[in-house]
Ligand binder design. Structure first.
Ligand SMILES: [Zn+2]
Length: 201
């Protein structure tokens, strides 16, 4: 989707009720700093202010509840001001669990494939006050698992972010190589939920 009217999109996103843990802004900030430096982070904050969504990364605490719409808007702002593609957003998602404080806390559950799979809905609830994650299928013979996400609708850019996130998360928690993530169902394609197939070798 083209970003031709970011202001209008900002208003729509801000009206979304769901909240996310502030940690996501810390991981956004880390990735932006790595790619675009402190300068880039400042640029991002300026653009948010311009959109009437003031955001100071440093003031957001990991465990506070923040608007999910503001997190999604930040992804769109990065695309706009840095010229990032959906692949960059995927990478931003993949990077997030690797630097997330919450993921480090939950890492005690990463003892087996079964445990990672079983605990994944709880993992969602630790991060979001809306929607749900369903651990749909674990196939240990063919090395894949199916995860379904129902999250209400904000913007399709999130589908790529979560695909990247799941890949990064799988890289940490699954002891496999060659990890792949594919979104096999999507509400933006008429399905009832977003479905991701995570595979490994
Ligand atoms: Zn989707």
């Amino acid at each position: 989707m083209e970003i031709n009217n970011l202001e209008k999109t900002a208003k729509e996103l801000l009206s979304f009720e769901g909240k996310v843990k502030g940690e996501v802004f810390n991981t956004h900030a880390e990735y932006i700093k790595q790619r675009e430096g402190e300068e880039g982070l400042k640029k991002g904050e300026e653009k948010m202010a311009e959109l009437q969504v003031p955001l100071e990364f440093k003031k957001i605490r990991s465990l506070s509840w923040q608007k999910e719409g503001m997190s999604v808007l930040m992804l769109l702002v990065c695309k706009k001001i840095f010229g990032w593609t959906d692949d960059d957003i995927f990478e931003m998602g993949r990077f997030a669990p690797k630097v997330s404080f919450i993921v480090r806390v939950l890492a005690r559950y990463f003892v087996s494939l079964d445990k990672v799979f079983q605990e994944s809905p709880r993992y969602w609830r630790r991060h979001f006050d809306f929607g749900e994650l369903e651990a749909a299928e674990l196939n240990k013979d063919e090395n894949y698992m199916i995860i379904r996400i129902k999250r209400g609708e904000t913007h399709p850019v999130v589908c790529r972010f979560y695909a990247g996130y799941l890949k990064g998360f799988a890289q940490i928690s699954i002891k496999g190589s060659d990890i792949g993530v594919e979104e096999t169902k999507c509400t933006y394609k008429g399905d009832d939920y977003h479905e991701y197939k995570i595979s490994w070798k």
